[in-house]
Design a protein around this ligand. Sequence first.
Ligand SMILES: Nc1ncnc2c1ncn2[C@@H]1O[C@H](COP(=O)(O)OP(=O)(O)OP(=O)(O)O)[C@@H](O)[C@H]1O
Length: 364
Amino acid sequence: MHIQELKLSDFRNYREGTISFGPGINILYGDNAQGKTNILEAIYLCATSKSHRTNLYKEMIRLGRDEAHVHLRISKQGGRYVDVIDLHLKSGNKKGIAVNKKPIRKMQELLGVAHVILFSPEDLGLIKHGPKERRRFMNVELSQVDPVYYFNLSQYHKVLKQRNNLLRSIQFDPGKADLLEPWDLQLAAYGRKIIQARMDFVSTLEPIFQEMHKGISGSGEAITMAYEKNVEPDLFEGRLLQARSKDVKTGSTTVGPHLDDLFFGLGGVDLRKYGSQGQQRTAALSLKLSEIEWVGSSIEDTPVLLLDDVLSELDRHRQLALMKVLNNIQTIITCTGVEDFMNQNITIEKMYCIEKGQIYEKNL
Ligand SMILES: Nc1ncnc2c1ncn2[C@@H]1O[C@H](COP(=O)(O)OP(=O)(O)OP(=O)(O)O)[C@@H](O)[C@H]1O
C-alpha cells in the first residue's frame, strides 16, 4: 500500500495543508519545530486512531480553534483500490472517523485500512527501557495486523480495571470477595488469547530478527529473543486464585499478561541489563526492521514506513543497513538536513521543505 495524499485543516500548526507522496522515498526537511513530525503524527493517527505523542485529541487541534480535520488517501495493490480515511477532532477530546465516507462505530473497523510503521529515536531505547515499552511494542504490532487481538486486549484491560476496583473495595468490605470469581474467569479467558497471540508473534518474528541482526552487527554470535510470559495460559485461573490475598492487600492484580516482557540475549547475556549502549541500539534497530518484514507478510502487502528524524541517531554503518530495507516500501522521512541523502545512492521521489506549518515542494 502507499499513501497518495494527506490533507490537514487546523491540525497542530497547519491552518490548511495538502501534501502528496510518491510510492518510494519522500523527504520532509526543515528546521526544528516547523511541523515535520506533525505530518507523521497525522498519518499515524489516521492509521491507528492514536497519536504517538499524546492521549489528548484536543492538543492536536490548532491553538484557538475548536476542531481539526485530517484526510488521508491510500492506494492499495498498485492502485486497484483506493481507501479514504477522514478524521474529525473536536474540542472536549472527542473524535469522529469515517472510512470511505462511512462513519465507523468501532475502532476495529479502522485497524487494517492503513498499515504504518513509525520509527522514532525513542524506539532505539526499546531494549534498554522497561518492560512497559516492550509490551507496548507487541501490542501495537499485533493490534495493527489483527483486529481480534485489539478487541481482546481492550476487553482484558477493561476487566482488569474492574477487578482492581473490586480488590480495593474488598479491603474495606471483605464480604465482596465472592464477587471476584466472574472477573477472574473473564480475565483468564481474554488473557489466554493474548498470551497465545504473543507466543505466535515472537516465534514468527525471532528468525527474521536474528537474520536482520546478523546483517547489521556482522557478528556470528546469534542473538536470541524470547517471550517472557508472566503466567502460562492454562494456569492463569489457578494463579489468580493463589494470588488473591496478595492482590487484595495490594489492591492490584499481580498475575497476567499485563506484566509480560520480552527477553533479548547475546552470548548468554541479558542484553536488557548488561548490553552496551551500542549492542542495545543495534538490537533495537534490528527489531524495528524485522517488524517491517513481519507486518508485510502478515498483511500480504507492504506497510508504509515513517522515519521520524531517526537517521541522525544512527552511525553510517547502521544508516546503510536501514537504507537497504527501504527498497519497495513507501517511506516518509523527516530530517533537518538533506545532505546525508544526497551522498547516498538512493532515489528520492518527492522532497518538501516544511516551514512554520507551510509545505513547499522542492524540485529534484
Ligand atoms: N495545537 C497546536 N496548535 C498550534 N501549533 C502547534 C500545536 N501543537 C504544536 N504546535 C507547533 O508545532 C510545532 C512543532 O511541530 P513538530 O513537532 O512537527 O516539529 P518538527 O518540525 O518535527 O521539529 P523537530 O525537528 O524539532 O522535531 C511547534 O512550533 C509547536 O508550537
